[in-house]
Design a binder for this molecule. Structure first.
Ligand SMILES: Cc1cc2nc3c(=O)[nH]c(=O)nc-3n(C[C@H](O)[C@H](O)[C@H](O)COP(=O)(O)OP(=O)(O)OC[C@H]3O[C@@H](n4cnc5c(N)ncnc54)[C@H](O)[C@@H]3O)c2cc1C
Length: 381
């Protein structure tokens, strides 16, 4: 017999898990179908920032959405801890974007001013010259000129986040079908048949949250999710004494004492091999920022693929020809986890995307596509 649910979520990565958790919380019978280890999974290879201060500088709808998520994060972390006992390690004491020259500092100040002008729920920030910055972030190298600081930023342990979302989802009677690849979604009356490589399921609603898999699944339901992989590498040091209370965009210290280092963006298709030249550049930048890291041993490295749209903004859609079918993709799934769990899931339950997501639809790619280079997306140009 075909198993039937209120909602089927395709993909159990960060987006699918957060959305499913929110749906199950609302009492909807929800199943995640996840391909598992054979797919590319950004959820298990990311840096763990909950970051606001670079998001949507030239696109207010994205800055609002990111800010909203940052504000909702304490609730999400608290609810997850209460229902599972898993501490996601969420900390929101602010974060810094380091500048190495007066020019960089001036340009950064201009960007922060623009972001604040969106009045994204009273976005707060400070531009800190070196002397003020060292009070907040000790151990800086002589090349550091200053930084922008925003109290809205923070970080989290992304693996504990995944564990907490899955555990809480199951506690709410959510079902996870692992190791199944969704191949087709076919309308049958008022419901949908979701075909996998192993069988069939039925549901009234379907959410495509398959990360890079959304690209080929979306056209099957008359949607467009033009995502492509952008590789990022991360280095992990041995445990060192506590030195960094708040994260920077490319160095953060975990509660266990290890240091996560990562700041690369490579447009190299589906290649997830570490590139020694890139690893060296990442390490050099970290050492330039915190010279004492020169003596810390790197104990692990990996590369993972970001889920990137042509303009770097998230994309949310609902199908006009297949009502009740939605799709979501983004490259900031940790930051937006709270918005996905506590807001987007409500839109799915109500059967209609909220107005705040209107400007984050795929329409923007249709007539006059908005595109930005990877360097622009990550504020390096
Ligand atoms: C190096 C790196 C650093 C990052 N740092 C941050 C950060 O600091 N902060 C932040 O907010 N974000 C960060 N991200 C981004 C974040 O990890 C992603 O936005 C997020 O993981 C995307 O979630 P997703 O669920 O869309 O995709 P994924 O996490 O990739 O999950 C997709 C899931 O879909 C499944 N799937 C695919 N196709 C199918 C199919 N046909 N049928 C069934 N299942 C399928 C896969 O098995 C997978 O589990 C980073 C990413 C990388 C790579």
């Amino acid at each position: 017999m075909v198993k039937s649910y209120d909602v089927i979520v395709v993909g159990g990565g960060l987006l699918g898990s957060a959305i499913s958790y929110g749906l199950a919380h609302q009492g909807l019978s929800t199943a995640i179908i996840d391909e598992g280890d054979t797919a590319y999974r950004a959820a298990f290879g990311n840096f763990g920032l909950v970051w606001v201060q670079s998001k949507g500088i030239d696109y207010p709808a994205y800055s609002y959405w990111s800010m909203r998520s940052s504000d909702l994060w304490p609730k999400l972390a608290g609810d997850l801890f209460e229902s599972t006992g898993v501490n996601t390690g969420h900390s929101r004491r602010g974060g810094v974007h380091i500048c190495f020259s007066e020019k960089e500092f001036r340009e950064r100040a201009q960007k922060m001013k623009t972001l604040a002008s969106h009045k994204a729920d009273h976005f707060n920030y400070q531009m800190l010259h070196r002397a003020e910055l060292t009070k907040m972030v000790p151990g800086l190298g002589p090349d550091v000129y200053g930084a922008s600081f925003s109290p809205h930023d923070g970080h989290v342990n992304p693996l504990y986040l995944m564990r907490a979302l899955h555990q809480s989802f199951k506690n709410l009677n959510g079902v996870i079908h692992r190791g199944e690849r969704v191949l087709e979604i076919i309308r049958s009356g008022s419901a949908y048949t979701v075909k996998t490589n192993k069988g069939e399921f039925s549901s009234e609603r379907v959410v495509l949250a398959a990360g890079l898999g959304n690209r080929y699944l979306a056209p099957k339901v008359d949607l467009k999710q033009p995502v492509r992989p952008i590789k990022g590498e991360i280095l992990i040091s041995e445990r060192v004494k506590a030195f960094l209370d708040i994260p920077t965009t490319y160095v953060r210290q975990t509660v266990e004492g290890t240091v996560m280092i990562g700041d690369s963006q490579e447009d190299v298709g589906f290649d997830i091999r570490s590139n020694p030249r890139v690893s060296q550049n990442i390490a050099n930048k970290a050492k330039r920022t915190f010279p004492f890291l020169t003596n810390a041993r790197i104990v692990r490295t990996w590369a993972a693929l970001r889920v990137m749209t042509p303009d770097g903004l998230p994309v949310y859609e609902q199908s006009e020809t297949m009502p009740g079918v939605f799709a979501a993709s983004c490259h900031s799934g940790v930051t937006l986890a709270a918005s996905h769990a506590l807001v987007f899931s409500k839109f799915v339950a109500e059967g209609k995307l909220g107005e705040e997501l209107e400007l984050l639809g795929a329409e923007r790619f249709r007539d006059n596509p908005r595109t930005r280079s990877v360097a622009q997306i990550f504020g390096k140009e």
